[in-house]
Design a protein around this ligand. Sequence first.
Ligand code: F6P
Length: 362
Amino acid sequence: MKQFRRIGVLSSGGDAPGMNAAIRAITRTALDHGVEVMGIIGGYSGLIKENIVPLDSRAVSNIITKGGTALYSDRCVEFKTEEGMQKAIATCKKYNIDAIVAIGGDGTFRGATDLTLRGVPAIGVTGTIDNDITATDYTVGFDTAMNSVIEVVDRLRDTCESHARCNVVEVMGRDCGEIALKTAIACGAMAVAIPEVPFDEAAAIAAIKEAKESGKRGMIVIVSEGVFADGPDGKKIPYGEVLVKKIEAETGIESKFCRPAHMVRGGSPTLRDRLTASRMGVKAVELLLEGKSNLVVIEENGEITSMDILFALTTDRMYKNKLKEGDLDKFNEEQIAQMKAICEKRTRDIAEQYAIVNAINM
Ligand code: F6P
């Protein structure tokens, strides 16, 4: 077992419900092994600006129930520069921080790799509402965000039903349609538009017309924020804003647009997020104590395990068709086959769920 005197914990990127449960688990697991914990305030910028506080067991009491992140968060541009990274490393040395656990999404994991390569071992824990990290089945915050979406949509449905209206709801997820897709199934949305699957607009509008004719009053359509339409001046327009007008024009159904946006990023985490964050937090510290680093803690078929960060980020680029020349050079055939299998599984899962929306939501 590796001897650490002190580790640091930070959260970075968009906050996600459950990050606090991870901070609590990381802190208490480390303390239990006789390792001191420093909380880094405001993500990687806290490392650069030396915004650091010691965490004892009581400092993380009662945060498990709270949304947001008690350590605050940031998307730190300075940390992407060599100078910024060197400042962060100098802070770790100054405060005797031997290792870092970083909670966040892909940008956060790149930061963890940067630290590891410069001599401070780091481990990532997935925390983002988007569930957009291909290599893990689950990211902390996803379940709470989806539950918040369905609460909003259920309310919209009540009023749509009363007034015989359609509501188009745009949900977060960046370029990942997972929140939109799963909530569309759960809310009985008539149609869902996500970046991963071409949207058949004519079929969706025809289905809405047909439903109206068969007596349906309230209609819900969910659109992921990652879907855009071409605007007149060549600019991209959020597709939901365009679709709502088309539905009204072509079906004669009064149609409203709703963008809950950041509202679904807050709120008390669900059991799923508290539990997964706690399991991942414990795992992150155990990995460090085993002398491992440059890993991201993931969930795979219900098991909390870990994966090399570069492998995870490359798999993600493969899935999103964003591979750059040379990206695969560092991997052998077996690893590349493994990446392809992960991507194919996600593609299959999405296709299967997309088909469900069309099959049973009418
Ligand atoms: O990554 C989480 C997320 O909420 C995305 O769903 C969304 O696109 C983005 O962050 C919004 O970022 P910001 O909080 O910086 O506006």
